[in-house]
Design a protein around this ligand. Structure first.
Ligand code: GPW
Length: 806
């Protein structure tokens, strides 16, 4: 391969012999040790470097091909990425898994012990962060020139421990040992300003920041599967400038004061905000958001300039996706760069900005729509607030022209909320400053345009599109479940399904193949045995997701207590179940933490009671993350997707589980609807109110106590909780359900519990269950993130692949 500077790139071999040679050379020359004295950590780091080199070679060829093509680039801006463990991914994508194992063993290293040292970078909270990682995986697999931008938090999502059943959060110093997958790029560092003031000099506005911080990038490789393309995700870390260390104070013995400015600067990328769906409302968070935006935009502009000379081409060469409102300050920031720094006139700049950006909304919860106090934003970013006011003036002129005499509409659509306090509405800014706004599932997009963003839809209906989420089949089928992957490849006679998931439909005829069916069952059983939680013969009933009241883990818990009561009553006729919970609650989300505590208390009681032996087990492994998800999902029989209809934007765990052959019990919410449409109503356990019914009930006088009074089993379950049988925490949870029941848990209880009896009936007929399971996998190829990316390309990005020679 001829690179730009004319240097031929030596091709690194992937044979065991070539791999071993490089492994040893990396051990000697880069790690500075020998086989005899190498620690497990030495061996791990050396392995990582050897694998990384093989992808780095492809990266170099990718960069050269992209540079030559000067294509429209896709940039994904996201405050969160849940990339998952890198070693297994990079072994698979570089095609060196076997060679590596052989080479390690030949050197006397234990491959599994070494692989266990790989630490997953937990730079996200939940679905939104994992979606970002799946989209990057698909962009690379589909040969789209793309870069992900994010923040390199020193501390990722907290490690969850349980102490007496209560969630305790521990810092996640994920890069404590150093991160062998990272390429630091200090030459590309950026300077980010905060605070200060604006003035007008020679007709142009100049912002003079009161404080500056350095953004230092490093990147991780994002390999495509079955292609030579290797993209990158570039993560920014805040660094104090040299000048912020106060030598005079240090000399005077004032050690803390000497470093206080530096510490403040570096705190910007210190920790991931562990909130999910609720804005933190803190100045540091706003600083993080601007830090990400400022560094990334300057980098994007730098890259544009490498190949282009005319600003008029910027939007045709650049598509920037805003992952929720967290990076929406990019809109005023690009206006500032173009107008203040580059001297473009406002209208030209606005046209470029609007054609460059698009926005994905991931929620319907009104409390999750970010707003920032005008005072705070104006203090931290004075020029950006001025620009937001200018954008707002044009927006409101357009609203008044289209809807004369509709003052209330003007008030609702304004970028500035006036009452009770003045706030900047980031979602309104996002829709105003972009070409397209998308929801993440069909129902979500429909509800967005008819409720929270209705006024904007009235004004600009063509701006709204749906792009239903998807998941990476490489990560969540091939890496998570090598056994089922081998079986699928065998059944289809090809492994091409890994990059064309629609091929899974070819499994449907195999439901008639007795040998395939029994192997399918064996794989599920083996995955449960490997997970090692509960009896592998029992139905594994899984609810894994962040803890939030709208997701209704409390409904699942009421079901568990009901089953327990039925067992205690004697003559239990349900099937043996292991109920598995997994997930974290935001540290400040008291009600969610109560639910976690209560689940652990119920689990302790149920599991200790000999009456439940062989019938019911409740497990709650701590610290659910990508690593654990990859073990739980392939083992699951039943997928719990039981949010109050109209609240879950999409869900993606629902897709991962169904794709892996779990059957869903769920409400008509988010993407559940689309899953059910595809797998067929007969292969999906539907229950509960739909979104319209839930809305009607919520807006009338809903009385949870009526359900309590009418339903003996529900009453019994709530009574034991209220009575304190599981501690004081239960009393709080029960009171909240009986007094408010914000998310209609009691209204859906009977329908849910009865549907679970249908689950039991289906499970008892193992032949029927197997058919349903295979059909779930065969019919959910649509939920590949490759399809999601294809939809973004067609409707939003309009970017084309650039092939990289293998
Ligand atoms: F509130 N989601 C998330 F919309 O994981 F910003 N974190 C968040 O902060 C938000 C949404 C936000 C999730 C949605 O809850 C889930 O329904 C969806 O599948 C996922 O984002 C990916 O779109």
């Amino acid at each position: 391969m001829d690179l730009r500077n004319g240097v031929e790139l030596r091709s690194l071999g992937t044979s065991p012999a070539a791999f071993k040679e490089d492994l040893l050379s990396n051990l000697y020359y880069r790690r500075g040790t020998t086989v005899e004295s190498a620690s497990a950590q030495d061996a791990y780091e050396t392995l990582a470097l050897t694998v990384r080199d093989r992808l780095a070679e492809r990266r170099a060829r990718t960069a050269a091909a992209h540079y030559a093509a000067n294509p429209r680039w896709v940039y994904y801006l996201s405050a969160e990425y849940l990339l998952g463990p890198q070693l297994e991914q990079n072994l698979l994508y570089s095609g060196t898994a076997e060679a590596a194992r052989t080479a390690l063993e030949a050197c006397g290293f234990a491959p599994d012990e070494i692989a266990a040292l790989d630490v997953e970078p937990g730079l996200g909270n939940g679905g939104l962060g994992r979606l970002a990682a799946c989209l990057l995986d698909s962009l690379a697999t589909m040969d789209i020139p793309a870069v992900g931008y994010g923040i390199r938090y020193d501390l990722g999502i907290f490690k969850q421990e349980f102490h007496d059943g209560r969630q305790v959060e521990r810092p996640d110093d994920w890069a404590f040992q150093g991160d062998p997958w990272e390429f630091p790029a200090p030459d590309d560092r950026q300077v980010v300003g905060f605070y200060g003031s604006t003035s007008v000099v020679g007709g142009r506005t100049v912002w003079t920041p009161g404080e500056t911080v350095l953004g230092e990038p490093s990147h991780l490789l994002v390999p495509g599967y079955g292609t030579a393309t290797v993209n990158i995700v570039r993560l920014w870390r805040a660094q104090a400038s040299e000048a912020s260390f106060d030598l005079t104070r240090f000399a005077a013995g004032q050690y803390a004061e000497a470093v206080q400015d530096a510490v403040r600067a570096e705190n910007i990328s210190k920790v991931l905000y562990p909130d999910d769906s609720t804005p933190a409302g803190r100045e540091l968070r706003l600083k993080q958001q601007y830090f990400l935006v400022s560094c990334s935009l300057r980098d994007i502009v730098r890259r544009f300039r490498l190949r282009n000379g005319d600003w008029a081409d910027f939007a045709s060469k650049t598509a920037i996706q805003l992952n929720d409102t967290h990076p929406v300050l990019a809109i005023p920031e690009l206006m500032r760069l173009l107008v203040d720094e580059e001297g473009l006139d406002w209208d030209h700049a606005w046209s470029l900005v609007r054609r460059t950006f698009n926005y994905t909304c991931h929620t319907l919860l009104p409390e999750a729509l970010e707003t920032w106090p005008v005072d705070m934003l104006g203090r931290l970013l004075p020029r950006h607030l001025e620009i937001i006011y200018l954008i707002n003036a044009e927006l409101l002129d357009e609203v008044r022209a289209r809807f004369p005499d509709d003052l209330d509409r003007v008030r609702r659509m304004s970028l500035i909320q006036e009452e009770p306090t003045r706030q900047v509405r980031m979602a309104n800014l996002a829709v105003t400053g972009t070409t397209r706004t998308n929801g993440v599932a069909a129902l979500h997009t429909q509800l967005l345009t008819s409720t929270v963003l209705r006024d904007f839809h009235d004004l600009w209906p063509d701006r709204f599109v749906n792009v239903t989420n998807g998941v990476s089949p490489r990560r969540f089928v091939r890496l998570a479940d090598p056994l089922v992957s081998a079986l699928i490849s065998d059944g289809l006679g090809t492994d091409r399904w890994l990059s064309d998931l629609s091929l899974l439909s070819g499994l449907a005829p195999l439901v008639a193949d007795a040998s395939f069916r029994s192997r399918w069952r064996d794989v599920k059983r083996a995955n449960k045995a490997a997970l090692g939680l509960g009896d592998p013969a029992a139905l594994l009933d899984v609810m894994v997701k962040r803890f939030h009241e709208y997701k209704r883990q409390q409904l699942k818990l009421l079901h568990v207590i009901t089953l327990y009561h039925r067992i205690l009553a004697g003559g239990y006729d349900g099937v043996p179940r292991t109920v598995l919970f997994g997930g974290k609650a935001a540290p400040a989300y008291h009600a969610a933490k109560n639910i976690i505590h209560l689940i652990n208390a119920v689990a302790a009681r149920v599991n200790a009671d000999p009456a439940t032996d062989g019938l019911l087990t409740v497990v709650f492994p701590a610290n659910y993350n990508i690593t654990l998800a990859e073990r739980v999902i392939p083992a699951a029989d039943l997928s719990e997707q039981i949010s109050m209809a109209g609240k879950e934007a999409s869900g993606t765990g629902n897709m991962k589980l169904s794709l892996n052959g779990a059957l869903t019990i769920g409400t008509l919410d988010g993407a559940n609807i689309e899953i059910r449409d595809r797998v067929g109503a007969d292969n999906f356990f539907l229950f509960g109110l739909n979104a319209a019914e839930a809305l009607t009930l919520r807006s009338g006088d809903y009385r949870p106590r009526d359900h309590y009074a009418a339903d003996g089993e529900l009453r019994a379950a709530l009574d034991v909780i209220s009575a304190g049988a599981f501690g004081g925490v239960g009393q709080e949870v029960a009171a909240s359900l009986l007094d408010r029941d914000e998310y209609l848990t009691l209204a859906d209880y009977r329908s849910y519990v009865d549907r679970q009896s249908d689950v039991d009936a289906a499970w008892r007929d193992q032949e029927r269950w197997t058919t349903m399971s295979i059909l779930n996998t065969a019919r959910t190829g649509y939920f590949s993130s490759d399809r999601t990316v294809a939809d973004y390309l067609t409707h939003i990005w309009h970017a084309s692949p650039v092939r990289v020679d293998a």
